[in-house]
Design a protein around this ligand. Sequence first.
Ligand SMILES: *Cc1c(COP(=O)(O)O)cnc(C)c1O
Length: 382
Amino acid sequence: MSITDPRSIRISSNLLPADGRFGCGPSKVRPEQMAALAAAGPALMGTSHRQAPIKNLVGSVRSGLSQLFGLPDDWEIVLGNGGSTVFWDVATFGLVNKRSQHLVFGEFSSKFAEAVAAAPHLGEPTVIKTDPGTHPTATSEAGIDTYALTHNETSTGVMMPLVRPVGSDDALVVVDATSAAGGLLWNPAEVDVYYFAPQKCFASDGGLWFAACSPRAVERIEKISASKRWVPASLDLKIALDNSKANQTYNTPALGTVVMLDAQVKWMNEIGGLSACNARSAKSSSILYSWAESREWATPFVSNPAQRSQVVGTIDIASPAEGGVDANDICAALRANGVVDTDSYRKLGRNQLRVGMFPAIDPEDVQALTACIDVVVEALRG
Ligand SMILES: *Cc1c(COP(=O)(O)O)cnc(C)c1O
């Protein structure tokens, strides 16, 4: 009665999504972006990042991002090599003055707090932590000059509204928006630094970091740079800022990543900007969560509907002992049918599926995914 190898389950092709990539980063790259990469050909690929064609491309990404986020004219889009993980080190050297407060509610939000705690030039950070599947709230605190928030905790599928803590004076609100940027809504008035990498909502490749910086953040960067603090050049935010203003990076970037990012940002602005991108993710997520609520063996992991992420969905599956199935078997069966990367975040250790619902992902494909999971679960239960 029971199926020994989930990979032997066949899903009929009329049920399959048009595109089977549901990973949370790297995530689905649209065919149009691959076409843009091919079209860029010898005019861009393999040419100097110090010359006009690549500088214009970087300029196009910077202005496209400002348009997408609706940034005031005095904000700067800063970029550098190394992805969001490296930006935590960049911020530890170049944004936190003395002490920071961190909201920790999963794997990614904990890592910036750890980087700051380990830095010999900074004071002990305050950490406000809640259980996975929820989020804490920032509260203003004397002596804190940087509030570190995470717009979307990718490891658990929790999103949080971005609000400047009341009474935080001239402290900076610095937001890890790696999986949120381009898919979730936010108000620049509530934020000073909104940083991310291009392999999530921007459907490009990893390896770069971007930070939208308010004038107040730029002032902080200049001030720390003028102090005597030692900063490694590759992590120096002032060097990155100066290069970015000239549409360059301190050292060589991956050009293909920038080409695919530019194509995606243009598409996002063309379809109606951030609100249209958010509407796609909101539609996908309402399909996923309402499906999970209607199955007796599936439950949205995040119990508060307002905190359920519109870009990263986490769905608990009942264990075999509870009449459900092993989520790893679901993922293996889906993968054998070309539907990939629905695995939960390893360290969370739950019997769970995790689904990327970034703007590039078609809501119809999320609908198709739920039908595929139904077929697989039925087959696994025998
Ligand atoms: C993916 C992710 C990161 C890490 O990004 P890298 O570019 O791989 O360093 C950091 N924070 C969040 C919220 C993420 O989703």
